[in-house]
Design a protein around this ligand. Structure first.
Ligand SMILES: NC(=O)c1ccc[n+]([C@@H]2O[C@H](COP(=O)([O-])OP(=O)(O)OC[C@H]3O[C@@H](n4cnc5c(N)ncnc54)[C@H](O)[C@@H]3O)[C@@H](O)[C@H]2O)c1
Length: 430
């Protein structure tokens, strides 16, 4: 059986392709290597070497014609996938997700073909907020929470009849379909197109409503990817994981291998028909739990290399880093910047007579400008607070020098020498 995977270079597609190859299937992959997901990389994972690859776009009808030649089953995964992004990039989402799907169906309707089955990737996003239950009033499909509720810190869905907090439930396939994003609408339309035309074409059609899929192979450069990838990238880069609301909002996180097994099950010759399936675990996990387990795993991993792990509150961490790392960089950039401003008169002499103090500052001031721009902009509050204190201390020193108050200078310099000594004593002088 020859299988076409559209979007086969992506997270789910490449994992699916690897498993199908191991099982001896003949594959073709169609993918346009979207820059948002792949950056400048235009090649498949090395485990997929030798797979029949068409680099092309599902929006292009002649690419679809070429891709469907001699194929028995299609797994249609190619899509724009960002929920938030879809709210303003309407045309991109419409063209790739809806028109791309129509191109496949249109080809099958109007041409001889060998396709017996089509599987389309749908999403939990078609359910919007999903299904909840009230202890007194049973199943409820709540509306989106209002801005007033959110700004009052009321994040739980409430029963409109008795004002009780609602409990999230696993959402069954026959639940109300009510997408809350344009992405969700395109997924709903994609699956309706596929399941309706599968009937017209007399072939099998499955729409797989994937929940939040995680695992190896997820694009870490796509800013619209899921929270697993975003949180783990932040944690690995020692950046703060910001959780909005109260962290109790829950999702069903499903591991990639289970998603692949479910997809392959639908490809098996003994599965015939037209149906939609939820692909998830059925268990809710809160966003807070996700962040916590990523941090715990990272701690375990780093401790394995002998690292000592400290845990601190985000505000405290930001303050400490502001004074120990961010401000020294800001001062170095300023001192070297001031010297550069005097360039015409001193350019050569600044370099020729640079004392070790100035040279140390130039080393710090040669750090990555883009990274430091982002550090300052993302840690505004803590940096501005430390900068204010620093300016006050600088004014104090300025006055002491102006009024020849040597004892004030000496007192401060003695204190600071102690800091240096304790750094050496702690073995931090490396
Ligand atoms: N990952 C999840 O958690 C999740 C959840 C629900 C549904 N889905 C659906 O599953 C499918 C696969 O998701 P994924 O996580 O592997 O996404 P992904 O972004 O990793 O992969 C999508 C692939 O499609 C390709 N592509 C995008 N636009 C294209 C176009 N116009 N023509 C050809 N190729 C194009 C991209 O280059 C990429 O390789 C998508 O349809 C997505 O909506 C994924």
């Amino acid at each position: 059986m020859k299988i076409l995977i559209t979007g086969g270079a992506g997270f789910i597609g490449s994992n699916l392709a690897k498993k199908l190859i191991k099982r001896g299937h003949d594959l073709r992959i169609l993918d346009n290597f979207s820059k948002q997901i792949h950056g400048n990389n235009q090649s498949l994972d090395s485990e997929l070497d030798g797979v029949d690859l068409i680099i092309g776009d599902v929006r292009n009808k002649s690419v679809i014609t070429q891709s469907l030649d001699d194929v028995n089953a299609v797994v249609h995964l190619a899509a724009e996938t960002g929920t938030g992004q879809s709210m303003y990039q309407l045309e991109e989402y419409q063209h790739t997700n809806i028109s791309g799907t129509l191109n496949i169906i249109n080809h099958l309707l109007h041409n001889e073909h060998s396709v017996e089955k089509i599987i389309v990737a749908s999403s939990r996003a078609i359910y919007g907020e999903g299904r909840y239950s009230c202890k007194k009033h049973g199943v409820i499909y709540p509306d989106e929470r209002s801005e007033i509720e959110m700004s009052n810190g009321q994040f739980d869905h409430k029963c409109k009849l008795c004002n009780r907090n609602l409990e999230a439930e696993a959402t069954p396939e026959n639940a109300r379909i009510a997408p809350l994003s344009f992405y969700g609408i395109t997924k709903q339309v994609q699956e309706q197109i596929v399941t309706m035309y599968a009937k017209v074409l007399g072939i099998s059609g499955y729409s797989l409503r994937y929940q939040n899929v995680y695992g190896p192979g997820q694009s870490l450069m796509n800013p619209y990817t899921g929270i697993m990838a975003i949180f783990s990238t932040l944690a690995r880069n020692n950046q703060t994981i910001r959780i909005f609301e109260d962290g109790n909002e829950s999702r069903d996180f499903v591991y990639i291998d289970d998603v692949i097994d479910a997809t392959i099950k639908c490809l098996s010759p003994d599965m015939h028909g037209i149906e939609s399936f939820n692909i998830g675990t059925g268990n809710p996990t809160s966003v807070y739990k996700v962040a916590e387990s990523i941090i715990n795993n990272l701690k375990k991993f780093l401790s394995g290399f002998g690292a000592i792990i400290e845990t601190m509150k985000p505000e405290y961490h930001d303050k400490i880093l502001a004074i120990t790392s961010h401000l020294p960089h800001l001062i170095a950039y300023t001192i070297v910047g001031t010297a550069t401003d005097l360039e015409d008169q001193t350019k050569h002499d600044v370099v020729r007579f640079s004392a070790t103090g100035f040279r140390d500052f130039t080393r710090i001031a040669s750090s990555d400008p883009i990274m430091w721009r982002d550090v300052f902009l993302n840690n505004k509050d803590a940096v501005l607070e430390m900068l204010q204190r620093f300016s006050e201390d600088l004014t104090y020193l300025q006055r002491a020098i102006r009024w020849s108050e040597g004892e004030k200078l000496e007192e401060l310099f003695t204190k600071t020498r102690e800091i240096r000594r304790s750094i050496i004593k702690e073995g931090q002088d490396i």
